[in-house]
Design a protein around this ligand. Structure first.
Ligand SMILES: [Zn+2]
Ligand SMILES: [Zn+2]
Length: 341
């Protein structure tokens, strides 16, 4: 089967890989129909997030069960399913502390990072990591369960309330999923800052935001401006510190390598919380339920679809140019998908 394989930073290729086979009774094989391109994939390609050489990348997926082991009783061949790609063992010290998103086996079990992922036709997992996808919900939307579950985990940790003056830094898929999740939590007003003109245009054209929310091009921090700042860019902590109100919360979720300078005294003196979050912790089912409900209007943010052969074009359209080995702000999509038919 054809697959997108990571070799080294800026070295990704389409290669032929062996199809997986059922060995254990709880295993299932999913024929992948859609996989979302995630910021993590872009950071792997650019060398900012470490992945195992020769690995098939891709992790946000939905598809159809084509084979199952003898012990699988929660799905049947032909079922439409969503895959939770973040394996946890359930036995290690972190798993036993409820930190399943920090399972100690993660460095050797993370789909699309340390084990083969889903930018290909077939993917093997176990019944524990499969959720049903309703017939009326497209595979692309089902595949957004993974990023949505990560966002829901962050929102849970932030313990938000409807009265927080809110800014989201970055109007990419994660920023827009935060917008949807915060609205579910009662935050009806806020600003999304996005520097890509194309993305602003797409957000406006597709009517993504409801009344009370707006998108703005430049984040110019003012003192005591926001109670809640969601930095999805991973590089705006210094600016966030200038705008966060006393007692405010800053959420960090972007995986970008950079150094920022902040004053610890200020964090103590002004009761500021800086809260990091990675992957999902007990929120995958919530994400699946929300997506199956069809009420998120995800179709407004899923703008671009590509075939596996067009993968380098797809990432280029997200500002990740393999040809010149550079990331830029030349972005012409909100959420992009690789679809396999
Ligand atoms: Zn992702
Ligand atoms: Zn574990």
């Amino acid at each position: 089967m054809k697959a997108i394989v990571y070799n080294n930073p800026w070295d990704i290729r389409i290669e032929e890989k062996e199809e997986p086979a059922i060995i254990l009774p709880d295993e299932v094989i999913v024929e992948i129909r859609a996989t979302g391109i995630c910021g993590t994939d872009l950071s792997i390609i650019s060398g900012e997030y470490l992945a195992r050489p020769q690995v098939i990348i891709g992790h946000e997926s939905a598809g159809v069960i084509v084979e199952k082991g003898k012990g699988v009783d929660n799905c049947n061949v032909g079922d439409r399913v969503i895959i939770d790609p973040t394996f946890y063992c359930g036995y290690c010290d972190n798993c036993r502390k409820g930190l399943r998103n920090h399972c100690l086996l993660k460095s050797t079990t993370e789909a699309g990072v340390s084990i083969d992922g889903t930018f290909t036709r077939y993917f093997k997992t176990t019944q524990r990591f499969i959720y049903g996808l309703h017939d009326n919900i497209p595979f692309e939307q089902g595949a957004m369960s993974e990023p949505l579950s990560c966002v829901l985990t962050a929102v849970k940790k932030l313990a938000v309330n409807p009265f927080m003056r809110t800014a989201i830094l970055g109007g990419g898929p994660i920023g827009l999923l935060f917008y949807m999740a915060l609205k579910q939590h009662g935050i009806q007003e806020g600003v999304i800052y996005e520097t890509s003109k194309n993305r602003i245009k797409l957000i406006e054209q597709n009517n993504v935001l409801s009344k009370g929310w707006q998108v703005a091009p430049e984040f110019i921090p003012q003192k005591n401006q926001y109670d809640l700042i969601i930095d999805t860019t991973g590089s705006l902590l210094e600016k966030s510190m200038l705008a966060i109100a006393d007692g405010g919360k800053i959420s960090l979720m972007g995986l970008r390598n950079n150094q920022q300078t902040i004053n610890p005294r200020e964090i103590a003196d002004r009761s500021i919380s800086i809260i990091g979050s990675i992957d999902s912790q007990d929120t995958f089912k919530h994400a699946v339920d929300l997506i199956n409900s069809g009420r998120l209007e995800l179709e407004k943010i899923i703008t671009n679809g590509y075939s596996l052969n067009d993968f380098t074009t797809a990432v280029k359209d997200l500002g990740c140019d393999v040809g010149s080995k550079q990331r830029n702000n030349n972005i012409s999509s909100l959420k992009s998908f690789i679809s396999i038919t």
